[in-house]
Design a protein around this ligand. Structure first.
Ligand code: C2E
Ligand code: MG
Ligand code: MG
Ligand code: MG
Length: 292
């Protein structure tokens, strides 16, 4: 019995392994053609000021629609893209598409907003990053202050001096920078003060648990306070409820992003969303002035 169960378990494990290897190979071979076959697109999720209720910008998030596989989530292919190096071409496309879209919105008369693009570790370590960012701005005509780059904490740990140099040269271009998924990596507090970034993004795993886990709530409050002491703005990801929004606002978090306000939207839906009449100001945002 026990032996049989053990054998079944081993067999299950092996089948699982095979399935994963096969899945990875499939994703890799299909991803190689995704760009050329026009299967990639970007969606945009608004970022909102917690105190004024104003939209401050949006994060560009990649989507892959494959004819056979359907919608493939970034969780399934970004890792493969990084391992294979495909992320370099894909990342370049994301950067250029987001800049061009943002410029198009501005030319269409929408209020100018900042678009945030996720950078993978591989792109960040690439020597051509700086010239690619510059080229994406020049070719689109987007002013650098309307571009933000989101970097992950783990990316920053490798060679601190080099990382600081790259961040400083990006800052000199005039783009904004944020540390994504903050709290999930290993950044040392000593290093944090050396990074001239603009935002800390509290990872959504903290947002999700902060109202049920007192220790997580304490972490969230500490990150907000620490961020402010170091001169960063703090934004929370993954806000799904009004209670979460309220808690974050109470504890002076600056901005939020999450399904509660809006899911990521196609470019057309985003433009419509931004152009709609402004909703009533949030309850505790101070005296809501009636429109003049
Ligand atoms: P991220 O940069 O931390 O992006 C936030 C993720 O949380 C997005 O997932 C977004 O759709 C999701 N999200 C937003 N609000 C909520 C919410 O209220 N609740 C929940 N449960 N989720 C929410 P998505 O689009 O699946 O992307 C996952 C990750 O893939 C991103 O995490 C980012 O690390 C990576 N990624 C996405 N697009 C790109 C890209 O263009 N380049 C690179 N290098 N990575 C990307
Ligand atoms: Mg991000
Ligand atoms: Mg994040
Ligand atoms: Mg995340």
């Amino acid at each position: 019995r026990a032996k049989e169960a053990g054998r079944n378990q081993v067999q299950f494990f092996e089948e699982n392994m095979h399935a994963r290897v096969a899945e990875r190979a499939l994703i890799e071979s299909e991803l190689r053609h995704a760009l050329a076959r026009d299967q990639l697109s970007l969606v945009y999720q608004p970022k909102v000021d917690l105190h004024s209720g104003a939209v401050t910008g949006m994060e560009a998030l990649i989507r892959w629609q494959h004819p056979g596989l359907g919608a493939v989530s970034p969780a399934r292919f970004i890792g493969v893209a990084e391992e294979t190096g495909l992320i370099v071409a894909i990342g370049r496309w994301v950067l250029r598409t987001a800049c061009a879209q943002n410029k198009a919105w501005q030319q269409a008369g929408l209020p100018p907003l900042r678009v945030a693009v996720n950078l993978s570790a591989r792109q960040f370590r690439d020597r051509v990053l700086l010239s690619e960012v510059r080229a994406a701005l020049e070719d689109s005509g987007l002013d650098a202050r309307y571009l933000e780059l989101e970097l992950t904490e783990s990316l920053m740990m490798h060679n601190v001096e080099e990382v600081v140099t790259v961040i400083e040269s990006l800052k000199q271009l005039g783009v904004a920078l944020s540390i994504d998924d903050f709290g999930t990596g290993y950044s040392s507090l000593a290093y944090l003060k050396q990074f001239p970034v603009d935002y800390l993004k509290i990872d959504q795993s903290f947002t999700r648990e902060m109202l049920t886990e007192p220790k997580v709530a304490a972490i969230v409050r500490s990150v907000i306070a620490l961020g402010h002491i170091l001169g960063f703005k703090v934004i929370a990801e993954g806000v799904e409820t009004g209670e979460e929004l309220h808690y974050l606002r109470l504890h002076q978090c600056d901005e939020m992003q999450g399904y509660y306000y809006s899911r990521p939207l196609t470019a057309e839906a985003f433009a419509a969303f931004i152009s709609r009449p402004a909703p009533a100001a949030p309850a505790s945002a101070g005296a809501a002035r009636p429109a003049a």
